[in-house]
Structures are given as structure tokens and as C-alpha cells.
Design a protein. Structure first.
Length: 573
């Protein structure tokens, strides 16, 4: 994949160094085979994007392959809706897995046979204690666990119990299958971990075929092995699980070219949460409108808001991978989004809070087209014609009856420039019965078309505008950060709940906006720069030509660029 923007995709990182070493040692021959293994129990978010870009990117860099594999081992939390959304999101980011779409459930039969082998070898046993008893006996990091009274069950008895578990003879929670490892291990994951639980639950792919389901720890590593994965790339929370995965493969006498697990730090962003459990709460408790709410950090929400896949890929490549957890400023992600949209987004004029202006000396009934450039950053983008007439709308915030110092926009007796059109001067202010400004009367200079005058005079204020007769009624939704504090999860430690820090101003809706005619034909998937307001995209759920709805992806102000500039100035000194 080739993005239109320069990225750090060619820079080295410790994972690619490991891949290079394995290739040099001929560990896997010339093979490089990765996988992206989501659990279908929620929608993907920006943190998953880092993993997607990393796994598919490494496969691309080395001419290898990357699988899409669903680790669907928990039927009570998984849904087909999540499966479909994951496919859509990975494709939207620009990646394709070809015919390599797999599911852990594809291997339920094979995993069952492997479990029988461990039982036969005396390396697994059926425990008939309750879940509470098993948990209590696990111990703590500083004290050994307690061995189950069923740990030394004879092999034949374990095989009989496990087969009867498979046949559906026992109720939920009555038995579990555990690996027989070491209850005194300092690594709690090795203290006879559970491999199978009884769950009489309908699975979204296998239906009612199974009533025992493998745990994630048992299924994950074996699925990698079955698929021939060379480099199993996980986030840091799985580092302590690696010895368990290795133990399973050793116990099963897997070949020497078994998958190599490598851990990296997951992505954390300020002013958001990336925990599926917390995101599910936001959806289920109605704090947001759904998984694709544009305030959500889900890829579907970001797509609806107006994020581009290229900007997300560039961001993920720029931040790279490390072994240290940290929280990145969300302003960095917004910076890359602005950079991308600044290069590609067509410019248009939209008035959010309309104030009518009548140009008294402009001929009544006359309409002329003025030429407007589509994107000054892209000479090949061309231009469009925008209708101009005697009556126009400007933004209410662009007028002050009593202007403060350094306010250079329209005021009584003041001259400003209308973008792409003429200079106008405010001559009269008309108010309604409540004393509010209802309309402005102005005059224009016929010789100032295009922003220049014969006498060469200049003005400091330039306003966007829309002809009243040609305006398209538009709804505009301005989104802000979902939380008021940089780390709402950390603030939970001080008491309360992360939802206490939700931003009450995260959405502001303008229902009486006026847009230039070009936006009537706007296409979802295209982002526009509304002059002086930011970057906006048609809402992919609510937009229709009869009722255009636009979401703000990001404002024009780039705080990250400002931070970088200040840092550079400090270095220069």
C-alpha cells in the first residue's frame, strides 16, 4: 500500500529487527506470516488500528501473508454484527486478507483432540470444584496456590469426564478442564490454568454443536500454530501469558518452527477510553448513540465523523512500536488528520449561524457566478463557480455592532472582503422587536471583484458567505472530545466513575445552516473544508440530498503543530 503522504513506515523497530534475525537464521525459511486476531465481542477502535497496520504492514514489507482470524471462544458475548463490522473496518483501512479468513471455532474439533492428548499424557485433568474454589486456590504472586483435590484423578477417569462434558451430560460450571503445570509457579498463569468450561450457549457460527468452549489462553496459541503463523504479535498484557503458550506447544511436541510471540505496547490516547468494557457501557447506557457515534474512538465512529484511512495509517506508522506503555496526546492524531485533509479536501462556504445581508446598490434580480478555487494546496483540483446575488448570508459571529479591539470583521461603517467576490461596507443595522440584529444593509464596490481594487486598498477582514436564493439548508454537527480530562480511567482511582468526566459539550448541533449549492451533491466518503470552520464530512447514516447533514471531523486549529513549533524554537535557542 502506498499513501500519498510521507510516513515513517521505512523506519526500523524492534519487531522488524526480530523478523530480520529469523530470516537470517532461516528459522521459518523465507516465510513471514502474521495475523490480526480480534475477538468478535465489540467494534474495532483506534487501538486495534495500530495492530492492524503493524501486522498487515509487516506482511507487506516482507512479501508475506497476514490472516484475519476471529478468536471466537466466548459465545455469550459474541455476535455476527461484530464479525461484519470488523471486516468492514479492516477493508476500510485499506487491507485485504484474501482467502485467509479464519475462526478459532474452525479448530474446535482439533483443539478438543489436542486436549485429549494432554489428558492422556497426564498433563491435564478435570476439576469438579466450583469456579469460586478454583479462584481461591490460585493463590497470590507472593504465595503458592493450593492443589485441587482432583489433580491426581486417573487418566481414564479424566478422559471419561471430559468426553461426558463434551456430550452435554453436565450443567454449566460443574466441571472444568485444567492444565496440570505448577501451582507454586511465580507466574500465576502457570498455576493449572483452565482450558475448557461448560457453557450450554448458542455459538454464532457453530450453533449448538458444542457445549464446552476453550478458553482464550488455550485456543489462541494453538490457533497460531495450526495456521502456520511465524510471528505472533501481541500487546504487552500477554507477555506473562507467553510461558503458558510455550508450555502448551512443548507439551504437544509442536515442531521447532512454532510461532514466536512478540509483545508491544498498546495504543492509549488522551481524552478517550479504549476499553471494550467501557465502550460497551457508553453504548448500552445511552451516553452515545451507538458504536458508530462520531465521538467514539471506534473505526466506524471515526469513519462516520470524517477521518480518512490514510491519516490513520500515517499516524500508526509515525508512532511506531515500543515496549513501554504511555498515553499519546490525541492532538497528534488530529494533526495527521488535518495534514491529510489539507491536501485533499475541497474548500466550500457554509454559514453556521446565518445573518442576512442586503447589498443595496447591487442590481435586483441579478445573479453572477464568481470563480472559487477548490483547493489552494492542490493546483490540479481546479475551481468551481459560486452564485452571487443581492442578498447573501454571512455568519452572525462575523458582525459586531460594537466591535472589540482587534475585531477585523464586519461592523457599522467598516469595509470587508467577501471571499472570491467583492468588498462591502455596512451602512445600516436592522433589528427585530426584541432588539436583536435581524439584517444588515450594505453597499459594494463594483470594481473590487476578486478581491482587488484599482486604488490598491486592502482590508483586514475576509468573510465567507452564501447567496440566499441558492443556499442549501443544511444540518451541521460539531463534535468535540468525549471527555473533559486527559485520562478519565486514571481519575476513577480518585473515586467515582469514568462517565463522570464525559464532556457535556461534546456535540453541538446547528440545524439552520446555509451551504453553497455544491454541497447538495456531496458524496459520503468525501471530506470538505468549510472555510474558517474546519473539516466536515457527510454523515454516512443521515445524509440525503434533501436533508444534508455534515459532521465535523476536526477543527482548523492544529495544537500539535503549535507544540512542535514551540519545541523546535526551544531547541534552536
Amino acid at each position: 500500500m502506498s499513501d500519498s503522504t510521507p510516513t515513517d513506515s521505512g523506519s526500523r523497530d524492534f519487531i522488524r529487527d526480530i523478523v530480520d534475525e529469523d530470516l537470517e537464521r532461516n528459522t521459518y525459511g523465507s516465510r513471514v506470516h502474521t495475523r490480526f486476531p480480534p475477538e468478535p465481542n465489540g467494534y474495532l477502535h483506534i487501538g486495534h488500528a495500530k495492530s492492524i497496520v503493524l501486522n498487515f504492514g509487516i506482511a507487506e514489507d516482507y512479501g508475506g501473508q497476514c490472516n484475519l482470524r476471529y478468536d471466537d471462544t466466548n459465545p455469550e458475548k459474541e455476535e455476527l454484527e461484530y464479525v461484519d463490522s470488523i471486516k468492514e473496518d479492516v477493508h476500510w483501512l485499506g487491507y485485504d486478507w484474501g482467502e485467509r479468513e479464519y475462526y478459532a471455532s474452525d479448530y474446535f474439533g482439533r483443539l478438543y483432540e489436542l486436549a485429549l492428548k494432554l489428558i492422556s499424557d497426564g498433563k491435564a485433568y478435570v476439576d469438579s470444584q466450583s469456579a469460586e474454589q478454583v479462584s481461591e486456590q490460585r493463590g497470590a504472586p507472593t504465595e503458592a496456590g493450593v492443589e485441587s483435590p482432583y489433580r491426581d484423578r486417573p487418566v481414564e477417569e479424566n478422559l471419561d469426564f471430559f468426553e461426558r462434558m463434551r456430550a452435554g451430560e453436565f450443567p454449566d460450571g460443574s466441571h472444568v478442564l485444567r492444565a496440570r503445570i505448577d501451582m507454586a509457579s511465580p507466574n500465576l498463569n502457570l498455576r493449572d490454568p483452565i482450558m475448557y468450561r461448560i457453557r450450554h450457549a448458542h455459538h454464532q457460527r457453530t450453533g449448538d454443536e458444542w457445549c464446552i468452549y476453550p478458553t482464550y489462553d488455550w485456543a489462541h496459541g494453538q490457533s497460531d500454530w495450526i495456521e502456520g503463523i511465524t510471528h505472533s504479535i501481541c500487546t504487552l498484557e500477554f507477555e506473562n501469558h507467553r510461558p503458558l503458550y510455550d508450555w502448551f506447544l512443548e507439551a504437544l511436541e509442536a515442531p521447532s518452527d512454532r510461532p514466536r510471540q512478540i509483545e508491544f505496547a498498546r495504543l492509549n490516547l488522551s481524552y478517550t477510553v479504549l476499553s471494550k468494557r467501557r465502550l460497551l457501557r457508553l453504548v448500552n447506557e445511552g451516553y452515545v448513540s451507538g458504536w458508530d457515534d462520531p465521538r467514539m474512538p471506534t473505526l466506524s465512529g471515526m469513519r462516520r465523523r470524517g477521518y480518512s484511512p490514510a491519516a490513520i495509517r500515517t499516524f500508526c506508522r509515525h508512532i511506531g512500536v515500543s515496549k513501554t506503555n504511555s498515553v499519546l496526546d490525541i492532538a497528534l492524531l488530529e494533526h495527521f488528520l488535518r495534514e491529510e485533509h489539507n491536501r485533499t479536501a475541497p474548500r466550500v462556504m457554509v454559514v453556521l449561524k446565518p445573518l442576512k445581508v442586503v447589498i443595496e446598490n447591487y442590481p435586483e434580480g441579478q445573479v453572477e457566478d464568481v470563480e472559487a478555487e477548490n483547493n489552494p494546496e492542490d493546483p490540479g483540483a481546479g475551481s468551481r463557480m459560486v452564485p452571487f446575488s443581492r442578498e447573501i448570508y454571512i455568519d452572525r459571529e462575523d458582525f459586531r455592532e460594537d466591535p472589540p479591539k482587534k475585531f477585523f470583521r464586519l461592523a457599522p461603517g467598516r469595509e470587508v472582503r467577501l471571499k472570491h467576490a467583492y468588498y462591502i461596507t455596512c451602512s445600516e443595522v436592522i433589528k427585530d422587536d426584541a432588539g436583536e440584529v435581524a439584517e444588515l444593509r450594505c453597499t459594494y464596490d463594483p470594481e473590487s471583484r476578486g478581491g482587488s481594487t484599482p486604488d490598491g486598498r486592502k482590508v483586514k477582514g475576509t468573510l465567507h458567505w452564501v447567496s440566499t436564493a441558492h443556499a442549501v439548508d443544511t444540518e451541521v454537527r460539531v463534535y468535540d472530545r468525549l471527555f473533559t480530562v486527559p485520562n478519565p480511567v486514571e481519575r476513577e482511582k480518585e473515586g467515582g466513575d469514568f462517565t463522570n468526566f464525559l464532556n457535556p459539550s461534546s456535540l453541538e448541533t446547528y440545524t439552520d445552516c446555509k451551504a453553497e449549492p455544491a454541497l447538495r451533491e456531496a458524496q459520503t466518503g468525501t471530506t470538505y473544508q468549510f472555510l474558517r470552520h474546519g473539516y466536515f464530512a457527510p454523515d454516512n447514516e443521515d445524509f440525503t440530498p434533501e436533508h444534508p447533514v455534515f459532521n465535523r471531523a476536526v477543527s482548523l486549529r492544529d495544537s500539535w503543530a503549535k507544540i512542535e513549533k514551540q519545541m523546535q524554537q526551544g531547541t534552536d535557542r
